[in-house]
Design a protein around this ligand. Structure first.
Ligand code: FUB
Ligand code: ZN
Length: 644
């Protein structure tokens, strides 16, 4: 090699040297504070089972039908009209619709990693051409602040969503680059960001405020992808809130936007839930790269605030419709819960970064809780109806599942989550392999020593507790296998090649098995999926005297459809009677239902009486997974039931 080239290569950041297709879902290979490194999306293939069918539905039904709707509603025309200014087509939809298309593109890109599809790839390429034809030579690209609204650019930074849209464009671009190696969208996104880096930032440059945090995490990932430190610096600038003076951010906006003041001043989650959790996710990304003690402290404080006082038992977040916002601690109303699908997803993204930083199983547990329940509920089993809100109780007159929303943020967000899902199941670290979640799947990747590693996982999860993992390292090698023992598995057994393991599995930790693993070694795990009652902290006044029912990772609800007798709002659990489980292959794609001999209150006509409520009538109660609520049409349902 000629010396000058050798020098160039040496000075290239190590992260940019990893080929696109080998970059993890988050490309943390060279990230100094990442204990764990997520695997690339393409390396995990779900086999017949729970998530395989969800992913298939996403790819076969959701992604194509949503593209048709985005066309019908004008989201693509919003770009086309800019390339053809003579056509007098009006722009349609709210000012952030560009982001809906970008999220759709990200979902479609990840879907190619798990199911190559030349036709879809051609559609994506055409869509990218449509988008980029609207990009200005400066790099600026936004269909709202163009043409008739050109003069408003950057004047409405608290509400304008310019950076939010760019954040989603960048994430889509990175996904497509990782899956196909194609850089066109990535280059478009870089062009826009380079323009920001040049013209915006600390004085004397123009001030820039993230009115809807999102770009921060995209910038961190772009830094990881390109090695260009300026992108991380721009994220730091946005998180630093240095613009509070120049932008005169009001206290109200500081709370609502979760921006405009230093991130490290935060002591609790508040304001708009998606904004707050996206800011925290970006800050966690930044922290993974820099490890600044102040930001780590803030992240730990916020993570504790969320899990101990602001998260619903479904993993949903956002208690108030007004401002789509967090509530006070323990303010977790069931029927009024706002719990936007995007907020639960943002929570999952936040916890995913916290898990990568710490290897703490509690974060994986929170990911699982949200994923199987409050995120999974967001898309119907046929993949064409979506929830914006995911309340924990509703009536038959509530129309919660819809094919389209004018603010269409949730549908493509759910799609991109399900399409990339396999990569949340496994990570590597310097010393081994981590298994976070259990479903029928294969992994085809390598250890960080470079040794190729295949793994096959067979399980009856989430309905049964049996898990069998077979490892196929290319050669015998010593490494540690980290197996997550979920919080709900109180009695777990583990065998290695049929022999009891010496390590004792503890709930909510990773079981560590360090040994020389040989091709064909088998680990048999029996998780405890006994049905359990869940009780809320007594400060959650809505849930006081009530219980929710959980079996394995699945949270249950009583829905009127299965309970033709008394109204489900009059039902109560009788603590003396067991709850039995029954697998019904023909129901809702194959689910375990729970049966219980409970009680029904007298639905007394008086609102108030001097007698405590009587619950004399026995009543058979059937419970189905919460995520399937309204899956057979609108009906009364409730997660929390009084317990007597
Ligand atoms: O503002 C863009 C998106 O619309 C937010 O993320 C959602 O909460 C909804 O308000
Ligand atoms: Zn949403």
């Amino acid at each position: 090699m000629r010396p000058v080239f050798a020098l160039l290569l040496l000075s290239m950041p190590v992260l940019a040297q990893v080929p696109a297709r080998d970059q993890g879902l988050l490309h943390l290979t060279a990230t100094p504070n990442a204990r764990l490194h997520p695997v690339p999306v393409r390396t995990v293939a779900f086999q017949a089972g729970f998530w395989k069918s969800r992913q298939d539905t996403t790819v076969r039904a959701s992604i194509p039908t949503l593209l048709a709707l985005l066309e019908e509603k004008g989201t693509l025309d919003n770009f086309r009209r800019l390339a053809n200014p003579d056509a007098s087509v009006p722009r349609r939809g709210p000012l952030y619709t560009d982001s809906d298309l970008y999220k759709w593109l990200e979902a479609a890109a990840w879907s190619l990693a798990i199911q190559p599809d030349p036709k879809l790839e051609a559609t994506i390429d055409r869509t990218i051409d449509t988008i980029l034809a609207a990009q200005e030579p400066s790099g600026y690209l936004n269909t709202w602040f163009t043409g008739e609204r050109r003069s408003l650019r950057w004047t409405q930074q608290t509400s304008g969503h310019e950076l939010y849209c760019l954040g989603h464009m960048t994430q889509a671009a990175i996904a497509y680059y990782r899956v196909t190696g194609k850089r066109k969208l990535l280059d478009g996104s870089i062009k826009f960001i380079d323009y920001l880096v040049r013209d915006f930032g600390p004085a004397p440059k123009q001030p820039l405020l993230t009115g809807h945090p999102e770009l921060e995490l995209a910038l961190a990932e772009l830094y990881r992808t390109t090695g260009n430190r300026q992108y991380l610096d721009l994220a730091a600038y946005l998180l630093s809130g240095v613009e509070r003076e120049r932008r005169k951010i009001s206290n109200r906006d500081h709370v609502y936007l979760f921006a405009g003041r230093p991130f490290t001043d935060r002591t609790q989650f508040e304001g708009h839930a998606v904004r707050a959790l996206s800011a925290a996710t970006g800050a966690a990304d930044y922290d993974l790269e820099t490890g600044e003690p102040a930001s780590r402290r803030t992240l730990d404080t916020l993570a504790a605030d969320l899990s101990t006082s602001k998260m619903f038992v479904t993993g949903g977040v956002g208690s108030r419709a007004s401002g789509e916002a967090f509530g006070d601690p323990f303010e977790l109303p069931n029927r009024q819960a706002y719990t936007e699908s995007c907020a639960a997803i943002a929570g999952m993204l936040f916890h995913h970064r916290m898990l990568a930083a710490t290897g703490d199983a509690r974060y994986a547990d929170l990911i699982e809780r949200a994923l199987y329940n409050g995120i999974n509920s967001g898309m119907s089993s046929n993949g064409t109806l979506y929830c914006y809100r995911n309340p924990l109780s509703a009536t038959a007159s509530d129309r919660i599942r819809n094919p389209w929303y004018d603010t269409c943020c949730c549908p493509p967000n759910l799609q991109r989550t399900f399409a990339a899902l396999g990569a949340y199941f496994y990570s590597t670290s310097k010393d081994g392999l981590w298994v976070h979640l259990y479903d029928n799947s294969t992994l085809d990747w390598h250890l960080e020593s470079g040794t190729p590693l295949k793994a096959q996982l067979k399980t009856g999860q989430p309905w049964r507790g049996d898990v069998e993992l077979t490892l196929h390292p290319a050669r015998a090698e010593e490494f540690t296998l980290y197996l997550r023992i979920p919080s709900w598995s109180l009695k777990t057994t583990v065998l290695v090649n049929g022999q009891a393991a010496t390590a004792q599995p503890q709930p909510n930790t990773y079981l560590t098995l360090k040994r020389t693993w040989k091709p064909g070694d088998k680990i048999t795990l029996t998780l405890d999926v006994e049905t359990r009652l869940v009780y809320a902290n007594p400060r959650v006044s809505e849930d006081y005297g009530k219980a929710a029912v959980q079996r394995g990772p699945i949270l249950y609800a009583a829905e009127q459809t299965d309970n033709p007798g008394p109204e489900v709002f009059d039902l109560a659990i009788d603590h003396r009677n067991p709850i039995s489980a029954e697998f019904r292959p023909a129901l809702l794609g194959g689910i375990t239902v729970l049966n219980h001999k409970g009680l029904a209150f007298d639905s007394t006509p008086s609102l108030y009486t001097f007698q405590p409520p009587s619950a004399a009538q026995p009543a058979a109660i059937t419970l189905v997974p919460y995520y399937a609520f309204h899956g057979r049409g609108p009906a009364n349902f409730t997660v929390w039931l009084p317990i007597r």
